[in-house]
Design a protein around this ligand. Structure first.
Ligand SMILES: Nc1ncnc2c1ncn2[C@@H]1O[C@H](COP(=O)(O)OP(=O)(O)OP(=O)(O)O)[C@@H](O)[C@H]1O
Length: 515
């Protein structure tokens, strides 16, 4: 792409040139030469618009205005036909044209003013004894990619600038370019990507995707052949949709997950979307859900047939957590020196401990004995359970350290709507709000919308969880309740975990994967 509002790289050195008399013809020649150079440079910068404009002028000259109207109608017909025949290439071209239009109409017009007023342009004084002047250096837009919802500008940093300086100005840039939201993504070096969002693509509730679609290899939870595929799927469980339209998935195996959000923010829908996503693996016996609902079962009791264990009182929850720690410790002893990450198998499943409103267990329990037991079990699970396959999925309203002291032990965290500005940073890590996670700005009308950090990416991604209504919960429970439960009368048997070490000390089926 051509340079857009770039400037010279090296500053002029202030100096007092000697005064010399030049003849008029020489001056006129110099002005004409400079005009020619600028003209050629301008034509080069607009190397598509200039031939296109000239072509239109020649066409009008030869065929008149009716000919031009005929040409436009013909182009529209070709576009309609093209879109029908090959929508992919048409979409690519349409986005490219739309990007050029947005660049000309919106960004070029206001770029210089925006850079000066946000201090992102650099002014170097070049005054000498005769005059006061400045050299202005403007960051260059190197590329643009536009869709109906977002414009992404790739901008080259000026020497000495950092992506953080741009992130600080994101709000000002948003107002200049009249965008709904501006997010600054840093590239490895020299470039930032400015995302100007114009439309909210997450306004409509997200319908949950089809979990029963054909899996590669014909994997079917009701048949044993599925386990390899189902285990792989535990690394990316479908939860909803990202702002760019791609599916939002979260890893469950080998990590712990915290969902934070004010009351009514949609924590329940994230928990349910994950539980539903785990359904096929639950059905196949590769995952067990051990569920704690300290709110007396208000949120999760619907799914009881799907759960291996379900606890609603603090006493029951303390027992459940103690048992989870016991399983974890036995597995750790068994796996030591053999593998670094447990591979779920039927008979030795991944245990997902789901806790709705974890603060009820850490901050608000009144029974000191129970509080002590829970306070000992939870940090143990969070610090040691990941590798032996006992993972925690928790929701919390208030993410402060006083309420949830082991918040940092959750490697994956989701921030839904928050009530205070600093809470997104508490959940996603400091600087997340500056990088675009404005969780307190999510409107009440958008439950299930939040921000998440994608693996290896410092910039938060805006997402919305699928809306799992009561009908879908019933369908999920009916379709994916564990095979043993479907047969009736299944009781979790903790002793099974103690007894599954093969007598010869060899690897039980499925062990041996090294993460
Ligand atoms: N992803 C979603 N899409 C559309 N509506 C949703 C979504 N998630 C939740 N809702 C709606 O928002 C309301 C609150 O949701 P939910 O109970 O999950 O919030 P919560 O954060 O768990 O609240 P609390 O902490 O009070 O239990 C419900 O009426 C629900 O139907």
């Amino acid at each position: 792409m051509s340079r857009i509002y770039g400037d010279q790289r090296m500053p002029r050195i202030p100096s007092r040139p000697d005064k010399v008399r030049v003849p008029l013809w020489m001056l006129l020649l110099a002005v004409a030469g400079k005009g020619l150079v600028l003209g050629v440079r301008w034509c080069w910068r607009h190397r598509i618009a200039v031939p296109a404009g000239l072509g239109v002028l020649v066409f009008v000259h030869r065929f008149g205005l009716p000919g031009l109207v005929g040409l436009l109608v013909g182009m529209v017909l070709v576009a309609v036909l093209w879109r029908r025949v090959h929508p992919l290439s048409f979409g690519w071209l349409a986005r490219w044209v739309w990007g050029r239009v947005r660049l000309t109409v919106v960004y070029r017009r206001r770029w210089r003013a925006a850079m000066v007023h946000t201090d992102l342009a650099i002014r170097v004084p070049t005054s000498n004894a005769d005059q006061v002047t400045f050299d202005d250096y403007y960051p260059r837009i190197r590329a643009i990619r536009s869709t109906r919802a977002v414009d992404v500008l790739r901008v080259e940093l000026l020497p000495g600038q950092t992506p953080e300086q741009w992130a600080e100005q994101a709000e000002a840039l948003r107002h200049v370019f009249r965008a709904r939201r501006c997010q600054v993504h840093a590239e490895a070096h020299r470039f930032v990507r400015l995302h100007f969002h114009h439309r909210d693509t997450l306004v409509r509730p997200v319908t949950p995707g089809d979990l029963d679609g054909s899996r590669p290899g014909g994997a079917d939870p009701d048949h044993g052949a599925a386990s390899g595929v189902l285990v792989a799927e535990l690394g990316a469980v479908p939860v909803g949709r990202c702002e760019d339209g791609s599916p939002w998935t979260l890893p469950i195996r080998g990590t712990h997950l915290l969902v934070a959000g004010a009351t009514g923010a949609g924590k329940g829908s994230v928990l349910w979307a994950i539980i539903r996503g785990l359904g096929p693996a639950v059905r196949a016996g590769l995952v067990e859900l051990w569920v704690c609902d300290p709110k007396g079962g208000m949120e999760l009791a619907f799914g009881e047939p799907l759960f291996a264990r379900f606890a609603t009182t603090t006493g029951e929850i303390a027992d459940l957590l103690d048992d989870a720690v016991a399983v974890m410790q036995r597995r750790t002893a068994r796996l030591r020196g053999r593998t670094r990450l447990h591979t779920p198998t039927v008979g030795d499943p991944l245990i997902v401990v789901v806790v709705d409103e974890i603060a009820s267990l850490t901050a608000y329990v009144t029974d000191r004995e129970v509080k002590k037991r829970i306070g000992a079990a939870l940090p143990l699970l969070l610090s040691q359970g990941r590798a032996p396959g006992v993972v925690v999925l928790a929701a919390v309203q208030d993410p402060r350290k006083e309420v949830l002291p082991f918040r940092d032990l959750f490697p994956v965290r989701v921030a839904l709507r928050m009530t205070e500005t600093d809470q997104a940073d508490l959940v996603l890590g400091s600087g997340a709000r500056d990088r675009g996670a404005r969780a307190e700005e999510i409107p009440l009308s958008l439950p299930g919308v939040g921000y998440v950090l994608a693996e290896g990416q410092p910039e938060p991604v805006r997402v919305r969880a699928a809306h799992i209504d009561d009908t879908e919960i019933s369908r999920t429970v009916w379709a994916y309740r564990p095979v043993s439960a479907a047969g009736g009368g299944w009781t979790p048997d903790l002793d099974a975990y103690a007894d599954d070490v093969p007598a010869d000390g060899g690897d039980p089926t499925g062990w041996g994967e090294v993460a």
